[in-house]
Design a protein around this ligand. Sequence first.
Ligand code: CP
Length: 305
Amino acid sequence: NRHLISAGDLSRDDALLILDTAEELARVSERSIKKLPTLRGRTVVNLFFEDSTRTRISFEAAAKRLSADVINFSAKGSSVSKGESLKDTALTLEAMGADAVVIRHSASGAPHRLANWVHGSVVNAGDGTHEHPTQALLDAFSMRRRLGGLDGRRVTVVGDVLHSRVARSNVLLLHTLGAQVTLVAPPTLLPVSVDTWPCEVSYDLDAVLPKSDVVMMLRVQKERMNAAFFPSEREYSRRYGLDRDRFARMPDDAIVMHPGPMNRGMEIAAEVADSARSTIVEQVANGVTIRMAVLYLLLGGEIAQ
Ligand code: CP
């Protein structure tokens, strides 16, 4: 594959190759080798039209650890504010020699369109409510490291599925990797198309929790929310929040995940987010490793040790 746009484009072998490459890169980093010469002379452009902390910084860190040159572009402060189109912005950056373009955009499908306009590899860093494939890869990597494998594992994804590109990418990738996913959400926060997704759906978090190996909480995306679809914050928290009592009803070895950023106290209690069974900080660290693996595989470097 030349691009990474959807987790659904990855075969089981593709996904395992990325996870195994990330594992190899993590071993190299653990030997205190912080920087590899692999992508020396290559240029990675981070093209962010939507806000990001984790994804933008980790793609930058990943590219730098592979010795690539990095150009960071954010729409704020650019000629996008003067009306320049995505296509013209992309062609301008390509003229500066981009080998890979990492794009986050509020429009679902923007990375797909970009792939028709540029010669380099396109990596989807989150497009609207569509997909966030490197988030799903880092989540699968984090689960595999904690649980040992994904085949037959029961993963419960809870919350604002309607607006979540993380949920869709996770459902597609985890299904490919043999896990069983159950989505738990209020009926108003599930997309109409969910019937066609390879997963189960439940409205009863308390019934699903005791049968979960992983509980992944989603952020309530207030900035995309139509108030008519949302109960009150208190009601949402009462029915779908992972509080101390619900956490206590999870199996002893089950883990808690959240892609971040979190609404502490709404979808997840602070003490649950900070517990030893939470992988939230690990997910961020693993994000750098996974993005190194993706850039390495797309740009065709070799792991030099
Ligand atoms: N998980 C995630 O995509 O976080 P950012 O929006 O901070 O990149």
